[in-house]
Design a binder for this molecule. Sequence first.
Ligand code: E4P
Length: 216
Amino acid sequence: MRIFLDTANIEHIRHAARLGVISGVTTNPTLVAREGAGDLKAAVLEICSIVPGPISVEALSLDAEGMKREARELSSWHENIVVKIPVSEAGLEAISVLSGENIKTNLTLCFSANQALLGALVGATYVSPFVGRLDDIGHQGMAVVADAVELFDHYNLPTQVIAASLRHPLHPIAAAKAGAHIATIPYSVLMQMIRHPLTDIGIARFAEDWKKVIKQ
Ligand code: E4P
């Protein structure tokens, strides 16, 4: 399973990229807005220059024509750009055309295995089940990831499953066990994955003990 960073924060992306653990980035309008108004194209191109992997950027049109127009524009910015398109009739129609043009797409706001299956059938490059938002309303979000992986494996569908809307450090483990191709995680969760209090205690104790050796 690969890890993508789920953020538009440039410093966080730079840091995670330096660690060598991320191979892509996902953004959405909320995450972009959190970083303040600015030049979207410049910000996206900066992310592309930091991470040499898939960078998801969301199309905002609600109709198929607008989605296709936006997707062609966004994907012309950089070869690694993946256009996020939400599940809807318009979204499926747009993806079915865009996949024929070799434009990479990420079916977003996916909340069921049926939606994921339809995304794969129209040729989406990725589908993104939103695990945390399903958990929030009392559903088993990760079950949608597992079902999508099983369906795609069964029929050799090339679409990859991105476990999205992950909120805590148990989520990447569950995503990996469910067979997700990718887990996209917030920076805070990446930091939580790295840290363990016993590691910190162990490092401090080794350093103290080594000082005693040096003194001898
Ligand atoms: C990723 O593609 C999604 O935009 C993101 O994971 C949504 O996360 P949230 O449900 O925490 O907003």
